[in-house]
Design a protein around this ligand. Sequence first.
Ligand SMILES: Nc1ncnc2c1ncn2[C@@H]1O[C@H](COP(=O)(O)OP(=O)(O)OP(=O)(O)O)[C@@H](O)[C@H]1O
Ligand SMILES: [Mg+2]
Length: 470
Amino acid sequence: MAEPEEPLLRLAEPPPPAGPPALGRAAPGGAVRLSGEPREVDDDDEEEEEEEEGAEGDGEEEPLLRPSWGREPRRAAGHTGHAVDMNTFLDDPEFAEIILRAEQAIECGVFPERISQGSSGSYFAKDPKGKTIGVFKPKSEEPYGHLNPKWTKYFHKICCPCCFGRGCLVPNQGYLSEAGAYLVDDKLGLGVVPKTKVVWLVSETFNYSAIDRAKSRGKKYALEKVPKVGKKFNRIGLPPKVGSFQLFVEGYKEADYWLRKFETDPLPENTRKEFQSQFERLVILDYVIRNTDRGNDNWLVRYEKQDDGPDLSDKDIQWTVTEESTIKIAAIDNGLAFPFKHPDEWRAYPFHWAWLPQAQVPFSQETRDLVLPRISDMNFVQDLCEDLHELFKTDKGFDKATFENQMSVMRGQILNLTQALKDGKSPIQLVQMPRVIVERSSTGSQGRIVHLSNAFTQTFHSRKPFFSSW
Ligand SMILES: Nc1ncnc2c1ncn2[C@@H]1O[C@H](COP(=O)(O)OP(=O)(O)OP(=O)(O)O)[C@@H](O)[C@H]1O
Ligand SMILES: [Mg+2]
C-alpha cells in the first residue's frame, strides 16, 4: 500500500542519455569491451557468424568468433588467444592475470570443476597447477537458467511453475547480482565480498546442449582440416559462457560452523570487536542490496586462533581490520539480491543474521564513520546507481524500467540505513524499519519517497537459537 508521496529528497542530476560505451572504460564489475559489446551480435555484418549459432543453441552469444572486434589477441605463452579475448580488464591487471591463468588451465586440460553441493551450475575454476582460484557461475546454468544441470530444479520448474523463482527478483540475472554485490561492497569500502566480475569462459565441463556439442565437433573438425576457416574458433569449439567469477578465498569455513564454536568458546575481546565490525559490514551490504538469500551457510569466516602472544584483551589496544586480522568475513553467494520490489512478506526472505546476538549491538562508530559520509551524499548514491546501470545493461535481458525499480528499492534501503546509522541503531532495529522506496521522478531532479505498508518488516517477538536454519 503506497502512501502519499513526499518529494523530500534531492537527487543528483540525471545521467546523460546512454550512448556507446567510452573506449576503454570498464563497465563496473565487468570486462572492458574494446570495440563493442557482445550484444552487438545482431548487427548485419555479423550474419555469417550468427548462422553458426542456431536458436537451439544454449543461448550464449559468441563475440569471440567475431573478427570484426579487431582486438589484439593476448600474447600469453601457450594461449591461443581465441577463447576469451573479451576478458579485458584494463583497470585491473591483477584480476586480468587471474582470469588469464584460469583460461590457460582450460587450454591445457585443467577444467573448472562443478561444485557438487550447489543448486546451480557453479564451478571451481583452477590455475594450470590445479589450484582453485575462483568460483564461476554461468548465467545459463543459474537455478532457473535453461541449462541448469540440477534435475530437482528442473522438475520444480516444470511441475510447479506458479512458485517458480522469486517473484521480486529479475530472473536469470544472478551473475549480475554477484558482480553488483561486489561493486556495492567496493564503493562502500566494506571489503567483505571477494572480488567478483563478469567474465566469459568456455570449458567442456560446463553444461552444454547436445546441439552445441555437435557444433563443437564440427568446429574442431574445421580447425584440423581447414585451418584458415577453423582459426576463427576457440580450440574447444564450444560457445563461451558469460557468468560471474569470484575470487576463491582460502582458509574460510561456513559461518554456521564458527558461530556454533563461538557460542561455547567465546572470542577474546579484541577479536570479538573485529568480528563485530566485519559483521556490521555484512549487514550493511545485505541491507543495501536487499539480499534475499543470506543464510548462515552463505557467508564464510576465517579465524585463526592465537594461543600465544600478548594479552590483547586490553581495551586500550587499537584494533583495525586488516588482511592480517585474525578474523575475517567473506560474503559469498550474492546471486539473489537487487529485487525490483520489496518482497511481499519478510518471512519469505529474512536476513538470517538478524537472530544473531551480534545484531543487537548498535552499529559501531567505526562503521558509521566509514559508511555515513558516503551514503548520505546523494551524488554518491547516484554514482552508485550509474555504475550498476553500466554493469546491468550488458545483459541481453536488460530492461530499463525494471532496473529503475531495482534502484528505487536500493535507494530506499540506503535512506533507512542512513537514518539508522545517524540514530545509533542496531542491525535488528534497522530491519524493523518500515520499508521505503525512493523513485526517481521523470525530471530526474527529485526523488519521491514512497512509504510502504509497515506490516511486513522483520519482527523479533520470539528469538530463535541463532544457529537454527529454518
Ligand atoms: N569465493 C569463494 N571462496 C571460497 N569458497 C567459496 C567461494 N564461493 C563459494 N565457495 C564454496 O562453495 C560453496 C558453494 O558456493 P555457493 O553457495 O556460492 O554456490 P551455489 O551454487 O550458489 O550453491 P547453493 O545453491 O547451494 O547456495 C560454498 O558453500 C563455499 O564452501
Ligand atoms: Mg550457497
